[in-house]
Design a protein around this ligand. Structure first.
Ligand code: PRX
Length: 654
């Protein structure tokens, strides 16, 4: 990778102080308190984490070394014995939380279920005993390919209880993607459902499992939860209905004392090249990190209903639907559905129905809602909300302001949380009672996280200058390795920035800058950066400028090779329904970008499109747009694409 500087052009000066009433009741109440905590953690990270591990978690046996750091391999809380399922369930049973709602679930067709901590514990124990009965032992990898139903969380907790690492594969992935992940993880058993509801249709999960298993010989058994009840094939001896096999099985299953560094799960994530990487997280460090970040960032109170809209198939679902909230004894809400033609306001219905207090979603969803207009949220009572969050990609200030105004009623702080599958939990974020927010900035690092913007030598770059987002000290939630490929782990994350005097720096692959207040502005993946006339421009900033025009609902910007400038900016634009594509509008949008950012960022080309190619988790696939813009064949992996027809339409329009 060539040495670069990344020019940053986004100018945003609005500042939103935490509301006084919020700060008074918050976990971290002021900037001074945050700064004190941050300084304390920086001075002695090991003591900081050890103190929290002691007070926040239950241990069967205490560790003897806090951190064993053999770069780039870390071990936290060495020789400690712990179980995350115990921390999420059992320890609450001896408190008043025993009969508190642990999990509230709303199905897409409108059915619902609620589990108290005691009930959830019983379900998990029984599920764990069934897994054992099917031959699953400590250390065996279990695949989970599920819709968003309570059994998805129950299955994860059951695996964790008996020490079987899970690998959750998002239910929207194809049979091929599922097969590759099951094979790579050498999964012994798969937990699935007959189907799941998504946008008023059934997703035939079991059918995909059958296809995947034609070539995944390590899988010996399939446990099938009935959700949709359409007819499916069941292979005798291999496939078992959960509701049959559970009959008469004991709900007594003590949590296995796990070593701190025993593998808790593998979660596959794709890079821009190569096959997906199996990101490995282990038990104690992940438990602590997801727990503490949940507690301080979402500021959970025992009376709160907390809702994260992610799917459990992504890291956000792991850390912030299941493990973080339950470890804190919170009430976590899980929703099967997605906004759809028959009910575009379904999210707001759920908030109203359950009186949701904390709502955590993604910029792509926020932009989609913005495009639908204010009438859906305005028609519901959203006054229970007290805190909003966003994750997954940079949020453009326009969408941030809409979220703040229309959903948050101008009273809810917004936590824009930067992190990755690899980091296990949130790394850069406002603490909502302490840190004033600026639309589009994830603000400041979480205590204990030594984040910096550096060049490729590892030297910090001056304020306002773009560089690489890097982490300079290990943290408990960090990934431990790439499953089966420690060398790839080293190459991908630890060798872009050469170690200095034995100090290794984690390379996140994102471009960012810091402003004079120490706020971080993430500009997106470095491979999404465009180089125009020797200046590197973050795609997000140009997109943000486009979206600030009233005609634009969503925009994706890529570089197209250009003989003179290196790269030319090509913008793919989805319009607000009340505007129609025209050459005049195209010219106006180019002018608008020039006005907002400068002539350097002027798009050479604007392409109007009804939709943009996205991954199933809602990220725009700029790699595909880059090929389209350059008039090249699309090569490489398209298995994560949500809707293939979008590409065909874009090609026809070209
Ligand atoms: O580029 C950053 C972007 O998402 C990447 C991580 O993706 P993934 O592993 O799928 O995890 C997503 C959920 C944690 C990052 O490298 N990203 C995530 N959150 C933000 C973000 N970019 C800007 N701002 C964020 N808040």
């Amino acid at each position: 990778m060539a040495e670069v500087t990344i020019d940053s052009t986004l100018q945003e000066s609005r500042l939103f102080e935490p509301p006084a009433e919020f700060s008074q009741q918050a976990e971290i109440k002021s900037l001074a308190e945050y700064e004190q905590l941050y300084a304390k953690a920086k001075a002695d990270p090991q003591k900081f984490w050890a103190d929290l591990a002691e007070t926040e978690l239950h241990w069967f046996q205490k560790w003897d070394t806090v951190l064993d750091w053999q770069p780039p391999f870390a071990q936290w809380f060495v020789n400690g014995k712990i179980n995350i399922s115990y921390n999420c369930l059992d320890r609450h049973l001896t408190t008043w939380r025993r009969n508190k709602a642990a999990l509230i679930w709303e199905g897409e067709p409108g059915d619902s279920r609620t589990f108290t901590y005691a009930q959830l514990h019983r379900e998990v124990c029984q599920f764990a005993n069934v897994l054992k009965q099917l031959g699953v032992q400590k250390g065996d990898v279990v695949g989970i390919y599920m819709p968003m139903i309570p059994e998805a969380a129950i299955a994860m907790l059951a695996c964790a209880r008996i020490g079987a690492p899970h690998t959750v594969v998002f239910g929207g992935f194809s049979a091929e993607a599922l097969r590759d992940r099951l094979k790579d993880g050498k999964a012994k058993l798969v937990i699935t459902a007959d189907g799941g509801w998504r946008k008023d249709a059934i997703v035939p999960l079991k059918e995909q499992v059958d296809k995947a298993l034609a070539d995944a010989p390590t899988v010996k058994n399939v446990l099938v939860v009935q959700r949709t009840a359409q007819p499916i094939a069941m292979e005798p001896g291999r496939d078992h209905w959960w509701h049959d096999i559970r009959q008469g099985v004991s709900a007594d299953c003590p949590a296995e004392p796990m070593d701190s560094e025993d593998m808790l799960f593998i979660l596959y994530t794709s890079g821009s090249t190569g096959k997906p990487k199996g990101v490995v997280h282990t038990t104690a460090g992940y438990n602590l990190y997801s727990h503490v970040t949940t507690k301080w960032i979402f500021d959970l109170k025992d009376t709160d209903v907390y809702w994260c809209t992610a799917d459990v198939g992504w890291i956000t679902g792991h850390s912030y639907i299941v493990y973080g909230p339950l470890s804190n004894g919170a009430t976590t809400l899980m929703y099967e559905g997605a906004p759809r033609a028959s009910n575009p306001g379904c999210f707001w219905d759920v908030i109203e129905k359950y009186g949701v207090n904390i709502f955590y979603t993604a910029p792509t969803a926020i932009r989609a809602f913005m495009r639908m207009g204010d009438h859906e949220p305005n028609a519901r009572n959203l006054s229970s909300l007290r805190l909003l969050g966003t994750v997954g990609e940079p949020i453009n200030p326009e969408a941030w302001m809409w979220y703040h105004r229309v959903i948050g009623g101008e009273r809810c702080p917004i936590v824009d949380t930067w992190w990755q599958t690899e980091t296990g939990g949130v790394m850069i974020t406002p603490l909502p009672g302490a840190i004033a927010t600026k639309p589009g900035s994830a603000t400041r690092p979480f205590p204990g996280i030594l984040a910096e913007i550096v060049d490729l030598e590892g030297n910090p770059v001056p304020d306002h200058e773009g560089g690489y987002l890097a982490i300079q000290h290990p943290w408990p939630g960090m990934m431990r390795t790439v499953y089966g490929d420690p060398d790839r782990f080293r190459r991908t994350y630890w060798e872009h920035i050469p170690p200095q005097d034995g100090h290794y720096t984690y390379f996140a692959g994102d471009g960012a800058r810091k402003d004079a207040d120490g706020y971080f502005w993430v500009m997106g993946r470095v491979d999404d950066v465009i180089s125009v006339a020797g200046h590197r421009l973050g795609t997000m900033e140009i997109e943000s400028a486009l979206v600030s025009h009233p005609a634009v609902a969503e925009a994706a910007v890529v570089g197209k090779p250009d003989e003179v400038k290196g790269e030319e900016v090509v913008a793919f634009v989805t319009l607000d329904p009340s505007f129609a594509p025209s050459p005049e509008l195209s010219a106006e949008l180019k002018k608008h970008v020039v006005q907002e950012i400068g002539a350097l960022a002027r798009p050479g080309e604007i392409r109007f499109s009804e939709a943009l190619p996205k991954t199933r988790s809602g990220k725009i696939m700029r790699r595909l747009l880059r090929s389209l813009a350059a008039g090249e064949e699309i090569t490489g992996d398209t298995s994560t694409l949500e809707d293939r027809s979008v590409l065909d339409k874009l090609r026809e329009g070209a």
